[in-house]
Design a protein around this ligand. Structure first.
Ligand SMILES: O=C(O)c1ccccc1NCC(=O)[C@H](O)[C@H](O)COP(=O)(O)O
Length: 223
């Protein structure tokens, strides 16, 4: 098989979209979510977030969640030292970076064995060229909506901008996703889309998810 046919295969082969549920912190709520077997569960370690999980999480409880769900720590311009300490404390397999983290920083975490999602805040003027130095330094990009907060703004961006995506790193779609978007996302207009990230549109209050609503989204992506 030639390099170009491998590339074509990789870009067009249908894949099941993965689902990440972000902003969890209440033990019972976490237990109910994990029972639904999402692909990823996200804990926010950014103090200014309304979903900051930090001290609320019991490290032993989080460490021993079933291995079927990958645990993601969400950080904003945090030091490498702190990220490494928190991943160890809570047994996290993945890190999601929502600040101005450099390609070198992402690479260090990837080389340390973590799955790395680098988030970018998109608006209509976003230039995907700025992602070029990040190629090969992270596992996924996470395309979120540019807003007042570093994340969790609850607003979608104009997905038409994704037509300009020209790189080779698969990405997660994020930013204000709700049940009503499931069909449009699944129609698969974006060859490099590998998953979705849901958060505030599935909350009863910040940090507490509406489990039956999350279940509907998971079902929509698995049928
Ligand atoms: O959710 C937050 O409060 C948050 C704060 C700072 C950095 C990241 C944050 N969330 C990260 C996520 O992965 C969210 O799911 C993503 O931003 C989308 O959130 P939403 O627009 O509420 O669906």
């Amino acid at each position: 098989m030639t390099t170009s046919s491998v590339t074509t295969l990789l870009k067009t082969e249908p894949t099941t979209l993965q689902v990440k549920v972000c902003g969890m912190r209440e033990p019972e709520n976490i237990g109910e979510l994990v029972a639904l077997q999402p692909d990823y569960i996200g804990f926010i370690f950014y103090r200014k977030s309304a979903r900051y999980a930090g001290e609320k999480l019991n490290p032993e409880y989080i460490k021993h969640l079933p291995a079927t769900v990958q645990k993601v720590g969400v950080f904003v311009d945090e030091s490498l030292e702190t990220i490494l300490a928190l991943t160890k404390k809570f047994g996290l397999q993945a890190v999601q970076l929502h600040g101005q983290e450099t390609p070198e920083f992402c690479k260090q975490l990837k080389q340390a064995g973590f799955l790395v999602l680098k988030a970018f805040a998109l608006d209509d003027d976003f230039d995907f060229k700025i992602l070029e130095p990040y190629e090969g330094t992270c596992d996924y990009y996470l395309f979120d909506t540019k807003g007042q907060q570093h994340g969790g703004n609850g607003v979608t961006f104009n997905w038409n901008i994704l037509e300009n995506y020209h790189l080779n790193t698969p990405f997660f779609l994020s930013g204000g996703l709700d049940l009503e978007h499931a069909t449009a996302i699944k129609t698969g207009r974006w060859p490099w889309l590998r998953g979705i990230d849901i958060n505030s549109r599935f909350e009863l209050e910040p940090g507490l998810k509406n489990i039956s609503k999350v279940k509907k989204m998971l079902t929509a992506f698995r049928e």
